[in-house]
Design a protein around this ligand. Sequence first.
Ligand code: CNA
Length: 240
Amino acid sequence: MEDKIELLNRWIEEADNIVFFGGAGVSTESGIPDFRSVDGLYNQQYKYPPESIISRSFFQSNPLEFYRFYRDRMIYDEAKPNSAHKMLARLESIGKLKCVITQNIDGLHQMAGSKNVIELHGSIHRNYCMRCHRFYDLAYIENSEGVPYCECGGIVKPDVVLYEECLNEDDLKKAVEYISNADMLIVGGTSLGVYPAAGLIDYYSKDKIVLINKSATPYDGRANLLINDSIGQVFSKLRV
Ligand code: CNA
C-alpha cells in the first residue's frame, strides 16, 4: 500500500492538469451513507427500493413518500467535509487540479473550498418551484412538512437529477472536455454503475487513471493505479 501512495504522490507532483471524478463514497467518511448502505437501511423501512423512490415518475405520483425518504436519507445538513474534500480543494488552490466532477448532491466539495465543481446530479441546496421556477434553499425544504409548496401553489422540487431524468447537457459537455484534456484522472468513491456518469471515464485517453474505491468496480481493469482503500485515508497521506 505504501508503494501505491508513493506512486500517487509522485504522479501528483508531476501533474498540472488533474481532474477528479467521484461519487457517494467520497462523503461516507463525513457520515453520509452511500447508496448501498441506504439500500440496506431501506429494506427495513421503505416499501420501495431507493432507485424507485428517487425516480421522476415516483416523484410525480407519490411526492409525499418521496419527501419522506428524501428528508430521512438524502439530507445530512450537519455533515462536514473530510480529508478527501479538503485535499481536492487544496490541489485546486495550488493550481494542480482543474475540476471536481461529482455525482454527489451534498455540496461538501464547495464547503471544503473547491471552486470549480460540476455537480452532475444536482444539489440538495437548490430547489425550485415546478410552476413559477422560484428558487428555494435547503432550509425551506427542511422547515416545511410533507410536500413543500411554493407561494404560487406549485410543488417545490429539489434540483437533483432523478432516475428517468436527463443530465444537464452543458455540465456533461464541460465534464467531457475536462476529462479529455486531463493529464491525470483520479476517480474515487464511486461504484461506476450509474450511467451516463460512469461512461465519462472513456473520454480519458492518457495513462494515469487512479482509481480509489473500497470495493471492486467494472473499471478496475482500466486503472493504471488501483487503490482499494478509504479515500479520505488515502488523501490524508498525500504530501501536498
Ligand atoms: P454508490 O453506487 O453508492 O457507490 C459508492 C462506492 O463508494 C462503492 O463502490 C463503495 O465501495 C465506495 N466507498 C464507500 N465509502 C468509501 C470510502 N470511504 N472510500 C472509498 N470508497 C468508498 O454511489 P455512486 O456515487 O457511484 O453512484 C450512485 C448515486 C448515489 C449517485 O447518483 C449519487 O448522487 C448518489 N448518492 C449521493 C450521495 C451524496 O451526495 N453524498 C449519497 C448517497 C447516494
